[in-house]
Structures are given as C-alpha cells and as structure tokens.
Design a protein around this ligand. Structure first.
Ligand SMILES: *[C@@H]1O[C@H](CO)[C@@H](O)[C@H](O)[C@H]1NC(C)=O
Ligand SMILES: *[C@@H]1O[C@H](CO)[C@@H](O)[C@H](O)[C@H]1NC(C)=O
Ligand SMILES: *[C@@H]1O[C@H](CO)[C@@H](O)[C@H](O)[C@H]1NC(C)=O
Ligand SMILES: *[C@@H]1O[C@H](CO)[C@@H](O)[C@H](O)[C@H]1NC(C)=O
Ligand SMILES: *[C@@H]1O[C@H](CO)[C@@H](O)[C@H](O)[C@H]1NC(C)=O
Ligand SMILES: *[C@@H]1O[C@H](CO)[C@@H](O)[C@H](O)[C@H]1NC(C)=O
Ligand SMILES: *[C@@H]1O[C@H](CO)[C@@H](O)[C@H](O)[C@H]1NC(C)=O
Ligand SMILES: *[C@@H]1O[C@H](CO)[C@@H](O)[C@H](O)[C@H]1NC(C)=O
Ligand SMILES: *[C@@H]1O[C@H](CO)[C@@H](O)[C@H](O)[C@H]1NC(C)=O
Ligand SMILES: *[C@@H]1O[C@H](CO)[C@@H](O)[C@H](O)[C@H]1NC(C)=O
Length: 561
C-alpha cells in the first residue's frame, strides 16, 4: 500500500547482508537528496532518495528511500505529475507492488487508464536503508518468525492457553527488537515520518502538492499526511480505510464489524449458486454454516498432517481459520477466493485435506542464511510501524483475553485479528513525540476521496465514513463488493471515478455506489462481462483489474491492525 516511502532502519547492518535479492541490485545506487534515475526492472526507473532519519534533527543521520517509477511518456504540456502509491501493510514493499504488478500491468496506471500523463511511483521497505531487523542472524529470524511468504495469524482460540502463549512469543520478539536497536533507529520508523518522506519525494519531483493513492494501511498514511500537511494535498485517495482511532490505539475492534457479514456472503452466495457452482453447497445458508462449524470442530479435535511433493504441514484449527479468513479478503480470486475455498472445504469434508493445504503456499522449512527474495522485513517493519505508532499497550494476559473476547462479540475472526494487539503489547519502542492522532483537518487544499467496500472484513466501511467526517469536503465512494479494498474486484464504475478525481479533481456525488464487474460464484456456463458488449479499452481495463486483484493478494501483507 505504500508508495511510499518506507523508511529504512538499522544503519548498523551492512547492506550486503540485508538488502533483499531481486532482479535489480539496489546496492549499485547511491542515495542522493536529488532524484537520480537508473533503469531497472525493464520498463521502470529506480532511485534512492536521501531523507533525514530523524526529522527533529535533520542534519544528523539520514535514511534512504527506495523509489521505483513508471515514467510518463506524455509531452510536458500534458504531464500531470507523480502519483505515489502505497500498498498497505504497513510494511508491504511498494517496490514489489509496483514491479510485480508492472511486469503484468501496473496498478494505478491501468485503472486510471492513463500511463502517459502521470508518473507512478512507490517506495519499498524491503530495499531501503537502514533496514530493520530484530535478529542477529537470518537463521534466528527463520527460527523465531514464520517465513515471510506465509501469512498465518496465531489463533487466540487454538487452545485454552493460546493468549498466554502468544503473549510470551510476541513479548520475546519485542525484547529482541529492543536488544538489536542499540542505535535507536526503530523509533523513527513511524507513519508521521513516512508522511514527511512523502512530502520530500513530492518536492524532489519539483511539485508542491502530493498526489497519492493508498490502500489499507496506506489510508492511515494518507490521512496522517492530510492532518500534518493539509495545505499540501493535491489528490489524495484512500481505499480500504481504517478507523484511525482504532489504528492509533491498537484496538482493531471497530474495524472488524463487517467480518460476520463477509462470511455470511460466502454462505449465502454458495447456497444461491447451487451445487454445480458451489461444491460446499447445502439447501440453506445456515446448513452451510453448520457444516463449516462441524468441520472446524473436527479439525480442532483431530488435526490432519499433510505431505505433498513440495511441502508438508498440518491442517489444524489455526490453519483452517486462516484459509477461511484469507478467502474473505480476496473472495473473487481464482486461487484463494470463495470458489476455491468451497472446493477445498468440500474436499476436506470428504477427508482430503491436501486441497485446502495447498491454498496457503507453505515452503518446506530451510534454515537459510541469506534473506529470502521478497518482503524481507514484512513482519518486522509491520511491527515497528503498526506497534510503534499507537499509544503504548501494557496489557496483561488477562486484559488481552478480555479484549479478544469483547471483539469476538462483533467478529467471528477476533481470535486471529486480536493477535495484533498481543504483538503490540510486547513491543516497547515508541518515539515520544510521534503523531498518535486524532486525524482531521478543517480545510485541505483539495478534498479527499475515500473508498469503502460494502463488506470489507479488515477495514469496515464505517472507517471511511468516520474518516470522511474528519475531512470536510471529502466524499466516500462505496464499491458494492466483499473483500479488502476496492482492488479485490474489477469495477469500471469505480475506475471511472478514480480517473475523474485524479485528472479533474471531480468527486462522485455523496452516496454513490459502484457495482463490480465480476461475481463471487460465477456460473460454470456464463460470465458477467460477456453479458455486455464492451469496447476493447474497457475489456483491457477489466483484464487489468483482475490481474491487479491477484497481484495485490500476493504483495500486500494480510496483517492489518
Ligand atoms: C547518478 O547515479 C549514477 C549511478 O548510481 C552515478 O554514476 C551518477 O554519478 C549519479 N549522478 C549524479 C548527478 O549524482
Ligand atoms: C482510455 O484511454 C483512451 C485513450 O486515451 C480513451 O480513448 C478511452 O476512452 C479511455 N477509456 C475509458 C474507459 O475511459
Ligand atoms: C476496543 O474498542 C471497543 C469498541 O470500541 C471497545 O468496546 C473496547 O473497550 C476497546 N478495548 C480497549 C482495551 O480499549
Ligand atoms: C472458539 O472455537 C470454538 C470451536 O472450537 C467455538 O465454539 C467458540 O465459539 C470459539 N470462541 C470464540 C470466542 O470465538
Ligand atoms: C486430494 O484431492 C486432490 C485433488 O482432487 C487429489 O489430487 C489428491 O490425490 C487427493 N488426495 C488424496 C489423499 O486423496
Ligand atoms: C504503558 O507504560 C508506559 C511506560 O511505563 C507508559 O509511558 C504508558 O503511558 C503506558 N501506557 C498506557 C496506555 O497506560
Ligand atoms: C458475529 O458472529 C459471532 C459468532 O457467531 C456472534 O457471537 C456475534 O454476535 C456476531 N456479531 C454480529 C455483530 O453479528
Ligand atoms: C481552504 O483552503 C483553500 C485552498 O488552500 C482556500 O482557497 C480556502 O479559502 C480555504 N477555506 C477556508 C474556509 O479556510
Ligand atoms: C475532465 O473534465 C473535462 C472537461 O469537463 C472532460 O472533458 C473530461 O472528460 C474529464 N476527464 C475525466 C477523466 O473525467
Ligand atoms: C462468456 O459468455 C459468452 C457469451 O455468453 C461466451 O461466448 C464466452 O465463451 C463465455 N466465456 C467464458 C470464459 O465462459
């Protein structure tokens, strides 16, 4: 979600050992306060921008931000400037989001149907310096935290002592972060500083005002920017908008209020689709829900070991819950969405756990001594930002248990999401003068556009409505879809409003709702887009939209506070 500007930390580590491997060697670049572009990743250009590490002492140490851009090919007169893109997380690599999407179709350029008059760019935590690390060696990292390719939340309902165990595990990570931060760099990895970086990047491009597109955590970054620099807002679109008070108090409860509804959409959609299109079908939604409950209880009691040619692991309660929750995030996705979920659950009910196991790619454990290719620091940068930003949480195990059970009253997946507060309770690095909210500005130089899905399991639409109230003149565009952020489903209607906003500053009328051009359970014999004859440009946009959904699923970490 980040075009951002990810800050890099830990100058003390050598670049050689900490920069992620990639097709482009970032170490060949020298950081500069001016943008100096070098070709990279075939059609892109890369640059390392030097910014202050500590904005209260700009002359002391510096940080460098890895920035990748897709240059504009428009003549000067039509050039509309750079758009920063932030893929969320926090901690997601903006570079990977852009480059992976760009190898196919670059996210914002395609949905705006305009790769000429804008430049799109994004920074990456993974490739910036100083890099962050809570560990002394790669082996230690691999031993203590899951491989960065696997996103599995611990379930606080996995056993009767799960909160206590998770508290111990995360408390240890927090203590290691402290021990490995002798130079006190981690405190500077904060959303307010990333917002300051974004202003520096904008100015380095020769522009005064920010043009920005942020999704998920990128909404916190965008709203924080608009609060700190209301007069520097050019275009600011935030999508999958968090409840900002929830973010800054590490209390995700309010953001989870559409989780039940998202799961219900699976039950209802499956029932409506019928047995031919939904293999987990039952004659009523509540019977499907009951089948799922029975399956979950059975796996909790008796987990299933799975060995495949490439991998091995255990389909247990936590794994199953993560697969289902992951599907709610990307329900239209052809690899993990509702259709593959229904297939996997049906197979599991028949005693075959392999299909479900394959929905989360779990590489066989290897005690690597060099960093994995992508998202080197996902977990650590997530923790440093998402737990470093909020007020410090000193909850005891008993208080966390109470927090989780209270959130369970609004969300069936509180057991997974509440673990993020447990993580924060163990993290003790906070810069005293950081921004902790509230967000809002009486007057921004241009109005904000906010986007919310009708049923977003991670960032309920209520967050967009509440944030909009803090920025008079802003408008909430609703996309009628399930899933996390508008990018989960192609919508020509949404893309049209995005374009009108970026190009002309035009906002949709309040109350506008956009349909999506796809279905949760497409019938085996038909497809939505074919029902209408579309001009080729729109076909291309829809194809791009589908690819974007799958790219976003891969590059955007699922952790959201
Ligand atoms: C720009 O970067 C290239 C490659 O890192 C370097 O050789 C060159 O000196 C830089 N130019 C300026 C003006 O800094
Ligand atoms: C996309 O851009 C092309 C070229 O500028 C334009 O002809 C077309 O109408 C645009 N498509 C949409 C859906 O706006
Ligand atoms: C978290 O937020 C929910 C909903 O606003 C509230 O009921 C609960 O008391 C909060 N928990 C804590 C620990 O602040
Ligand atoms: C914990 O899981 C059990 C199923 O094993 C379920 O019945 C119970 O409602 C869950 N508790 C919470 C708080 O979600
Ligand atoms: C499970 O199902 C998959 C996909 O249908 C199949 O390839 C595999 O052989 C099955 N495994 C077992 C143990 O039946
Ligand atoms: C947690 O403890 C720290 C250090 O004692 C303190 O500064 C902070 O205010 C406490 N946080 C809360 C929410 O009480
Ligand atoms: C969500 O589902 C849980 C578990 O079924 C239930 O306890 C809770 O009341 C539901 N919450 C809402 C807001 O529907
Ligand atoms: C809001 O900001 C705009 C642009 O900076 C300015 O033209 C306008 O007068 C301001 N409105 C108020 C009420 O301050
Ligand atoms: C921007 O406004 C102009 C003039 O009203 C209009 O012709 C054009 O279609 C608009 N562009 C977009 C992308 O809405
Ligand atoms: C979609 O529907 C159209 C017309 O109904 C048909 O020609 C086309 O083959 C279908 N495509 C797929 C992938 O099913």
């Amino acid at each position: 979600m980040l075009s951002s500007a990810f800050r890099l930390i830990l100058l003390s580590l050598s670049l050689t050992s900490t920069l992620a491997q990639s097709d482009f060697d970032w170490q060949t670049l020298t950081a500069d306060t001016k943008l100096n572009w070098t070709s990279c990743y075939s059609s892109f250009q890369c640059s390392l921008l030097q910014v202050p590490l500590d904005y209260s002492a700009p002359q002391s140490e510096s940080a460098s931000i890895a920035i990748v851009r897709l240059p504009s090919t428009a003549p000067e007169s039509e050039y509309l400037g750079p758009i920063l893109f932030n893929p969320g997380g926090p901690g997601g690599s903006g570079v990977d989001a852009i480059v992976q999407a760009g190898g196919r179709r670059y996210v914002p350029a395609q949905t705006l149907n305009d790769s000429r008059s804008y430049e799109y760019y994004s920074g990456g935590v993974s490739y910036s310096t100083p890099t962050i690390s809570f560990f002394k060696t790669e082996a230690e990292r691999r031993f203590l935290i899951p491989s960065p390719e696997i996103v599995i939340y611990p379930s606080l309902n996995a056993s009767s002592n799960a909160v206590s165990k998770t508290w111990g595990d995360f408390g240890l990570l927090g203590q290691l972060a402290l021990q490995n931060d002798a130079e006190h760099h981690l405190q500077h990895m904060s959303t307010d500083n990333i917002a300051r970086d974004m202003l520096q990047i904008t100015e380095a491009f020769g522009f005064e005002k920010l043009q920005y597109w942020g999704v998920s955590y990128g909404s916190v970054l965008g709203a924080t920017f608009a609060t700190l620099f209301p007069e520097k807002v050019g275009r600011l679109m935030i999508d999958g908008v968090e409840d900002m008070d929830s973010y800054y108090t590490a209390n995700a409860t309010n953001m989870m209020v559409d989780v039940n509804g998202s799961l219900q959409a699976f039950f209802d959609g499956c029932n409506k689709a019928g047995p031919d299109n939904c293999p987990f079908y039952a004659p009523s939604s509540s019977q499907i829900a009951a089948k799922l409950d029975a399956l979950t209880s059975s796996v909790k009691e008796q987990p299933i070991p799975v060995v495949t040619p490439d991998s091995h692991g255990i389909v247990d309660f936590t794994f199953l819950r993560n697969v289902i929750f992951g599907s709610l995030f990307a329900p239209y996705d052809s690899a993990v969405g509702f259709v593959p979920l229904a297939q996997a659950l049906a197979a599991l009910a028949d005693g075959n756990a392999t299909v479900l196991y394959d929905l989360i790619p779990v590489p066989t454990f290897e005690c690597q001594t060099s960093p994995p290719p992508f998202h080197l620091n996902d977990f650590e940068s997530y923790t440093a930002i998402a737990c470093g930003d909020p007020i410090s949480i000193n909850d005891t195990v008993a208080q966390l248990e109470e927090y989780y059970l209270n959130a369970a009253k609004v969300s069936q997946f509180s057991d997974l999401v509440s673990s993020s507060r447990v993580l924060c309770a163990g993290y003790k690095i906070h810069r005293p003068d950081r921004f902790t909210g509230p967000v809002g500005a009486k007057n921004t130089s241009n109005p904000l556009l906010l986007v919310g899905n009708t049923l977003d399991p991670a960032t309920a639409r209520a967050g967009a409505v509440k944030t909009s109230e803090a920025f008079p003149g802003s408008v909430v565009l609703t996309q009628d879809s399930v899933g996390h952020t508008s990018l989960v489903a192609p919508s020509l209607c949404s893309y049209g409003y995005f374009r009108a906003y970026f190009v002309n500053g035009t906002l949709p009328a309040p109350g506008t709702v956009c349909p999506v051009d796809t279905e949760l359970f497409p019938s085996a014999s038909g497809n939505v887009t074919s029902k209408r004859r579309l001009p080729s440009v729109e076909k291309r946009l829809l194809d791009a939209g589908r690819e974007i959904s799958s790219v976003m699923r891969r590059v955007v970490p699922r952790w959201v506070l």
